[in-house]
Design a protein around this ligand. Structure first.
Ligand code: FAD
Ligand code: DHB
Length: 399
């Protein structure tokens, strides 16, 4: 049976980035991905890279396309019922910024690097089971069971990393008694579109409106990305392109500003939830990224959390394979979970600040308005938002 040091399930940002970080230290990996290369490279998802994620791409030598095509942003706009306010990240974080660069571009860069290095990356390889992962490191080998074109295959690994997203199989292998999960559903979803039109804004606009949340993001000088709060039971068929633009025009409207429209290239509805698995390690199986946790997208933390998980995990795995030192692996869960709960806190704050909860709770509505006023009028509130948005330092996520 083929064998490797680290078997990685999933070629999303978490699995691919982990593969690159380990390859740089000569740790051997095999990546198994259910979908085709074309599918993973064209899946439209997140778009904001924290400055630390940008630094990771640079450190791996993968920054050239990102610096050429990505757009550096130094702040965001928050808009409350037509009144737009600028939050300046540079001013509040000592000059830090974020990069707008689509997740699928990050994935393309990582796939290209892996293939150029002739390292093992298997598309259309669906993992069905992981066995023998319980027990101490070094005493036994987990087996990853997968299939390619209907043929069953097995891979033995010293360690397995489940980087297979929220709907993946890795977390499902863990007996329910060995883990606790914490979750929260939200009474709304996001309808996202990609449109072939020059962005109408220089920086992202997060807008609260009496009809619900709307956001204007972008992907390039000629492609815009926009979102609308919708009902989680809504079907995309109920949202014609015309209706989407009408609603965006109303919710994003601000005096002296206009929203440019263009052909819709892609549209879809994403449910919103918070979810955390504790711990993130089960013997010789480690979970990373969306396989272990989900945040609501307001605040753009999902992709960045996936990257920071694997940065912590890669350092611990490198120590283990170089010298047998297990301390980093033993601390993996605890050190990641601190950051994950900080991100849950920030994403929940941004989500509840900006969405209509759909109830008739007038007290709650007035509290929300007070929080909206605070974030644009109080320097310390704007500083807290900015520090979280650009990304907390890796070593001290919960100062
Ligand atoms: P994923 O990107 O989900 O990658 C997991 C990979 O594992 C996938 O390629 C999948 O095909 C593969 N896989 C699954 N099961 C198996 C199996 N059995 N065998 C082999 N491979 C398997 N975040 C934001 O910050 N802003 C956004 O706007 C935003 N929009 C999103 C829209 C959608 C529709 C979704 C689903 C997520 C969105 N996110 C967003 C979240 C962000 O994209 C994720 O946090 C990020 O993709 C996490 O990366 P990951 O590598 O952990 O997981
Ligand atoms: C984007 C997505 C987000 O969730 C967010 O908070 C900001 C931008 C985007 O897709 O561009």
């Amino acid at each position: 049976m083929p064998e490797t040091q680290v078997g990685i399930v999933g070629a999303g940002p978490a699995g691919l980035m982990l593969g690159e970080l380990l390859a740089a230290a000569d740790v051997e990996t095999v990546i198994l991905e259910d979908r085709s290369r074309d599918y993973v490279e064209s899946r439209v998802r997140a778009g904001v890279l924290e400055h630390g994620t940008v630094e990771r791409m640079d450190a791996l030598g993968l920054g050239s396309r990102m610096h050429r095509d990505g757009l550096v942003h130094h702040g965001i706009y928050l808009q409350f019922n037509g009144e737009r306010h600028h939050i300046d990240f540079g001013e509040h974080t000592g000059g830090k910024s974020i990069m707008v660069y689509g997740q699928q571009e990050v994935v393309k860069d990582l796939v290209a690097a892996r293939l150029a290095g002739q390292r093992d990356l298997n598309f259309e390889a669906k993992v069905s089971r992981i066995t023998d992962f319980n027990g101490p490191l070094g005493e036994g080998m987990p087996t990853v069971h997968y299939s390619v074109s209907g043929l069953d295959k097995e891979l033995n690994c010293q360690i397995v990393v489940g980087a297979d997203g929220y709907h993946g199989v890795s977390r499902q292998m863990v007996s329910p008694g060995s883990m606790r999960t914490y979750s929260r559903e939200y009474p709304y979803a996001w309808l996202g579109i990609l449109a072939e039109v020059e962005p109408s804004t220089d920086e992202l606009i997060y807008a609260f409106h009496d009809r619900g949340f709307a956001m204007h993001s972008l992907r390039s000088p000629s492609v815009s990305r926009l979102y609308l709060q919708v009902d989680p039971t809504d079907s995309i068929d109920a949202w014609s392109d015309e209706r989407i633009w009408e609603e965006l025009q109303v919710r994003l409207h601000a005096g002296g500003w206009s929203l440019k429209e263009g052909p819709v290239l892609e549209k879809g509805i994403t449910p919103m939830r918070s979810f955390v698995t504790e711990p993130m390690r089960f013997g010789r199986l480690f979970l990373a990224g969306d396989a272990a946790h989900i945040v609501p997208p307001t605040g753009a933390k999902g992709l960045n959390l996936a990257v920071t998980d694997v940065v912590v995990l890669a350092a611990a795995l490198i120590d283990y394979f170089r010298s047998g030192d297990q301390r980093g692996l033993d601390q993996y869960s605890d050190s990641c979970l601190k950051r994950i709960w900080q991100a849950q806190n920030f994403s929940t704050m941004m989500t509840t600040l900006l969405h209509l909860d759909g109830t008739d709770d007038q007290f709650g509505r007035r509290l929300q308005r007070a929080r909206q006023q605070q974030v644009v009028n109080s320097r310390s509130a704007a500083k807290t938002l900015s520090e979280n948005y650009v990304g907390l330092p890796l070593a001290e996520p919960n100062r």
